[in-house]
Design a binder for this molecule. Structure first.
Ligand code: ME8
Length: 519
């Protein structure tokens, strides 16, 4: 999907635990990445967008055992759920990686060998608390005792005592270099609140990290020590460099796309990405990624989402119910990206009926049906432009600049707010100019007004493609925008008067089932 021209842009999602059922969290991270990947492609970048599955680890081995299957066969089967999700969500990913692929095993072992040769890894023995659910080690101070006596981590995951021989990564030696790196790269971790959390965690002191296990076998074998497999996070994080050709550091792919422009992650897995990962990479002589954005979590009608509460939001179901573009819009508009948000039926329907049907849909529908009725179904011929016309067109043209800024900061909500400011201005312009009243009195002026609105809608539709690709495609068809002219390079090529238009059709239906709104 990426062309060979243009500045490279490499963006990744986390690779998802293969045995979980796809849920809203998976869809959220990947939709955000997909929107950004589409924006950058339309803006002329050579994009590489990666997603995939995290196939190894104790959790997966346990699930495979419970299903009575070999881990490989089990992961082959469940990994398909995520490929189906990619298809159903229309993701434009260029690659889908699985950590069980030979290319990945090779990259992990090469990275390990580099770390070992640099004396960044040593053999010791681990004794401590481990949470299988998080695939993470915890110190005593991070644990709390439940009423029934079980110890749990801050994430709520139960921990177990583990004692085994283990290789360690000398993370403790990286404290000062990590702090210096954060200092020199103030936008490495965003948003700022998360950056501050990471910095105080690192300032609190780092312990060497256990990076191999011997009590189970579902993982990448440690080179030259068959008793050990690599810690699943060292394995999983490496996927980001595997996919661009590591260990071939001189390859075209690697030199083009590494360091990655952006790793998008949820706030719960920031520590792995912002502390361990840059330390592993620097220790192996590989530059760290440029930026890590940690987004917030969704609750459902005010409650934490969990299988036991039975309130898991199934991305297949909600997109079927509300429409894919509608869900993409909702997720990115409803909460400032980076904050936590609440998913409720009422909020989704509100966005669909107010923002999409009333504001955007109505604007497009009003102008296109007037053009069909009064301008012979062709793009009208504008006359001389009045100040109000220039003002609206100026706002529409200025939108691209604002979107480059806001997308550059992953402030999707602000990008959409800026878009809706133009939609609001266009609706007010239509009300004020009242083209229906000009039909008899001044048809030439009516044609100018309709042309100005069509042009504004064209900007809006082109620039909203990343969030709502399918709907905007249909809207651009109705505006007579040629297929090959939908990238941002053609933003300033105005509609050609006289172009034949197809009959108008609404693109944003209202959500009808309002009686069923319970929240
Ligand atoms: O963590 N709201 O995989 P995962 C928003 N394999 N986001 C949510 C969420 C919610 N309610 N629940 C989960 C892993 N998420 C590792 C990654 S990368 C080298 C390895 C997000 O399948 C969560 O923050 O558990 C995380 O980014 C992703 O969904 C779940 O990933």
């Amino acid at each position: 999907m990426s062309g060979s021209e243009g500045k490279p842009y490499y963006i990744t999602t986390p690779i998802y635990y293969v045995n979980d059922d796809p849920h809203i969290g998976h869809a959220y991270t990947t939709i955000a990445c997909d929107v950004l990947a589409r924006f950058m492609r339309l803006d002329g970048y050579r994009v590489r967008f990666l997603t995939g599955t995290d196939d190894h680890g104790q959790k997966v081995e346990k699930s495979a055992l419970a299903a009575g299957m070999e881990p490989q066969a089990f992961t082959d089967r469940v990994s398909e759920n995520f490929r189906r999700l990619s298809q159903a969500m229309g993701y434009s990913n260029d690659d889908f990686i699985r950590t069980t692929e030979p290319r990945h095993k090779r990259a992990c072992q090469a990275l390990w060998a580099k770390l070992k040769a640099a004396d960044e890894i040593y053999l010791g023995s681990y004794a401590g608390w481990y949470a299988v659910r998080d695939e993470a080690f915890y110190t005593e101070t991070e644990l709390t005792k439940q009423a029934d006596g079980t110890l749990v981590a801050s994430s709520g995951a139960p921990v177990e005592w583990v004692e085994e021989p283990s290789y360690f990564f000398r993370l403790s030696a990286w404290q000062d270099r990590l702090l210096a790196f954060y200092e020199a790269n103030p936008h490495f971790i965003v948003p700022d609140t998360r950056r501050n959390e990471v910095i105080s965690f690192v300032q609190g002191g780092l312990k060497d990290l256990s990076v191999s296990r011997t009590t189970f076998h579902w993982g990448v074998p440690v080179p030259d020590d068959a008793d050990h497999i690599m810690y699943v996070w060292l394995d999983a994080l490496t996927n980001y460099i595997t996919a661009v050709g590591y260990p071939e550091e001189a390859s075209e792919d690697f030199t083009t796309f590494w360091p990655a422009d952006l790793h998008m992650v949820g706030k719960d897995i920031l520590r792995f990405h912002a502390v361990y990962w840059p330390a592993f990479l620097m220790a192996a002589g590989v530059p760290p990624p440029k930026r890590i954005f940690a987004h917030g979590w969704w609750t459902k009608e005010g409650q934490k989402i969990s299988k036991s509460l039975g309130n898991v939001i199934d991305p297949f179901e909600i997109t079927e119910k509300y429409g894919l573009d509608q869900v993409r819009y909702f997720l990115l508009r409803e909460v400032p990206f980076g904050n936590d948000g609440d998913f409720s039926h009422g909020a989704v329907v509100g966005r669909i009926n107010n923002d999409l049907a009333n504001d955007f849909g109505n604007l497009a529908q009003r102008v296109l049906s007037m053009v069909a009725k009064n301008c012979g179904g062709k793009v009208p011929e504008p006359g001389e432009l009045a100040a109000a016309d220039e003002a609206l067109l100026g706002q529409a043209r200025g939108l691209a600049v604002r979107l480059r800024e806001t997308y550059g900061e992953q402030a999707f909500h602000r990008a959409l707010e800026a878009t809706w400011e133009v939609i609001g201005a266009a609706n007010r312009y239509v009300d004020e100019q009242a083209p229906w009243a000009l039909r008899k009195s001044d048809p030439a002026r009516m044609a100018t007004v309709l042309y100005v609105v069509m042009e504004t809608v064209r900007y809006l539709a082109l620039l909203s493609q990343p969030v709502m690709p399918e709907t905007m495609n249909r809207l651009l068809d109705q505006l007579g925008q040629p297929d090959g002219q939908r990238s941002f390079a053609t933003l300033d090529q105005a509609l050609v008067p006289g172009t034949e238009l197809p009959p108008p059709q609404g693109v944003f239906p209202r959500y009808q089932d309002e009686a069923a709104v319970t929240s």
